[in-house]
Design a protein around this ligand. Structure first.
Ligand code: HPA
Length: 282
């Protein structure tokens, strides 16, 4: 038994280890493709796919347009696991349950997790379709107690999230993007619980607090990954401007449509960083 996982997460980690043996895909990284960012890259070679809920043991209400699947695949001969879709606080789950797809990796030789999401752009220079490397976060539900390590699965551990978004990986991704001529912004992500989009006052407050992006996911997974000592890379696709003085109100459909349109650029970047993922140490 590990002190790092809740018993249900421990079971998920054991199931994941068995699946890795069964399918012979020992992943070096897990890539979470955010809900609404669609399916797998076309040139990934799929070894197996299973419903994510079967592995995590978590059931949550379906969300229109969102899937939850775990895929074992090779992309450019790199053994990877993909989560297509994820869990959210707004489905009524705890932050620890939301982070379970990461807990699942506890007994696997994974080095890093790559998390992607759709986000609103608080920085007025961001445009829908932009890809932003996350450098830091504001965890609004976490500051208020909805945190993946509350309650702690074992003795309380105090650790810092400074540089949770791995500086070395970020530098490598910036270099790759530059070499390929891809535009890549870098910013701070604010996580809110959702499911409502923010009021104008909330957008103003998040921006004043230093956030460049706002979304409803990712941070519980980042914290779980850091608790397990995994390195983290996170990318947002800006699906809408989130500006308090603009009349435009985002919709779930718009987020899905723009997310879908940005996929080719996101996949070009992810594919280009695979060599970085294979060489990084744990
Ligand atoms: N707010 C919160 N979450 C989001 C947004 C937004 O504007 N866009 C995509 N996810």
């Amino acid at each position: 038994m590990s002190n790092l996982l809740h018993p249900y997460q421990e079971q998920a980690a054991e199931r994941a280890k068995r699946l890795a043996q069964q399918y012979g895909v020992e992943p070096i990284a897990l890539i979470v493709l955010g809900s609404g960012l669609g399916g797998l890259p076309a040139n990934a070679r799929i070894a197996a796919r299973v419903p994510l809920d079967e592995v995590t043991g978590i059931t949550a209400a379906a969300v229109v347009g969102h899937t939850r699947e775990l895929v074992f695949a090779y992309w450019q001969d790199v053994a990877l696991w993909f989560c297509l879709g994820r869990y959210h606080l707004y489905q009524g789950l705890s932050a620890a349950a939301v982070a379970s797809p990461i807990a699942m990796l506890a007994y696997l030789p994974v080095r890093c997790v790559v998390l992607t999401n759709a986000a609103g752009g608080l920085d007025p220079t961001y445009q829908p379709g932009d890809i932003v490397l996350i450098r830091d976060h504001l965890f609004v539900p976490g500051l208020a107690g909805q945190h993946p390590l509350i309650p702690p699965p074992g003795p309380v551990r105090f650790f810092s999230l400074r540089d949770a978004y791995d500086p070395e990986l970020r530098a490598a991704v910036r270099r790759v993007a530059e070499d390929r001529g891809l535009t890549l912004r870098e910013g701070t992500y604010a996580m809110v619980a959702g499911p409502t989009f923010e009021t104008a006052a909330e957008l103003r407050w998040l921006r004043l607090a230093g956030a460049d992006l706002v979304g409803m996911s990712t941070v519980p997974e980042v914290i779980m990954a850091r608790a397990l000592g995994l390195r983290v890379l996170a990318l947002s696709v800006v699906t809408n401007r989130a500006l308090p003085d603009e009349p435009h109100i985002p919709t779930h459909e718009e987020v899905a449509t723009i997310g879908e349109q940005a996929r080719p650029q996101l996949f070009t970047l992810l594919e280009a960083i695979l060599p970085v993922l294979t060489t990084v140490d744990v």
